[in-house]
Design a protein around this ligand. Sequence first.
Ligand code: ADP
Length: 481
Amino acid sequence: MRILMAASECFPLIKTGGLADVVGALPSALKHEGADVTVLLPGFPDVLSTLENKKTLAILEIYTSNKAKLVSGNTADGISIIALDAPEIFSFSGNPYMHEDGRDRNDNAIKFAAFSKVAAQLAAGEFTDKPFDILHAHDWQAALACAYLKAMDVDSTRSVLTIHNLAFQGVFPKETLVDLGLPKEYFHKDGLEYWGKVSYLKAGIVYSDHVTTVSPTYALEIQSDDGGMGLGGLLKSRGKQLSGILNGIDTAIWNPQSDPDIKANFSVRAISGKLKNKIALQKQLGLRALKDIPLFSVVSRLTTQKGLDVLARLVDHIVASGGQLVLLGSGDKDIENTFLAAAKKHPTEVSVQIGYDEALAHLIQAGSDAILIPSRFEPCGLTQLCAMRYGTVPVAARVGGLNDTIIDANPASLAKGVATGILFDGINEHTLSAMIDRTIDLYTDPKRWAQIRRNGLNQPVGWELSAKAYQNLYQALLHAD
Ligand code: ADP
């Protein structure tokens, strides 16, 4: 089975968030299942410069250029990549969608339409000797590919759209349609029109053969008025062709037994190394280095989606309760500033690192006791999976993939010995401070804490099960009438 994934990010070539982790890891997991996977990416400078064994596959014209090329190659890990090398639209560095000051780049609409059109053409076999069986488009940046494929009316290829986060929908002015090259009748409320504008994600939802999202709970949440973010009714109407498949993490990169970014390697059987990481982390960040202080962490985009506006107001409570906090992230300036002020107030108990730092993220996961994830919504979430893999207890809101991957430490699950973390309902100062208290309470019972940590370390968090689920879905689509 030949699969073409179309996405705007793929770790380690280009990453702003979880999408890149998924597109970077899923192809290898599918390869283990016997699938032949190629990833189509925009030809950003980092992508083109990192590709190995580069070859020009085709020269083509797109709306914005008659000098575009398809360049094939592979990553160091052997993932097959095709990059759309179109310098007019992709030869810039930095965030792919936004300027440094947070403004959207003004050619987002046209460049991702051009990218999506090429994805559909490539999937249908226009630039190679045979078509792909499946076009798997990820998020709004590639969603329009499902509409282009539908408009081409080819028999060879089925399409799947995966929604990694419904909050990002790619909505643009109606005038964009002129440049899109799609049939006029697609601009309709049952097509890609969204309140007088065009919505790329909606186009993908309407014109794909199947829609997936990244956890079963999120698949249900997005079919409601509250969680549907304006597309709930449409998603409900596609309920039979909508499913949730959990993300995994790359367990070779996230491996506490061999991770080069942490101070001491450890495993469920040799857990003492975890404490060495805790002391190393406290020392590196200038905190009091004491093994018995509950060390909370946050590794995240600092946004209201992640509930960190509320947590930022509770740092005093963590410190007053005898805890410490290490935070790594960036995003909303108000949230950054509130955390920075708290760090200044409690320099030996709170460390706030603004920025993106893979190596520090690994050390934080290895060294902290509990990671806080108070998200208002969370399609899947990867942080809690990394945490469990590193014996750090996730303390999270009961939403989306957090609900599907964490077993709350309530009396029943503790008695059965199956708890893997702490879940709570509703994001406000009251619920968050109560869950901090509950965490500290559990932490102060070393036997119970060790059990929760051990369960997390034993949890399967890799891609094996999910790759099988995608493979089954592709098979079912190919055999459907
Ligand atoms: P989202 O995609 O919504 O940002 P996820 O939990 O799905 O959230 O994935 C985010 C990924 O990026 C996780 O692997 C997380 O550890 C990582 N991450 C987030 N912020 C940072 C940061 N500042 N430095 C390093 N890694 C980060």
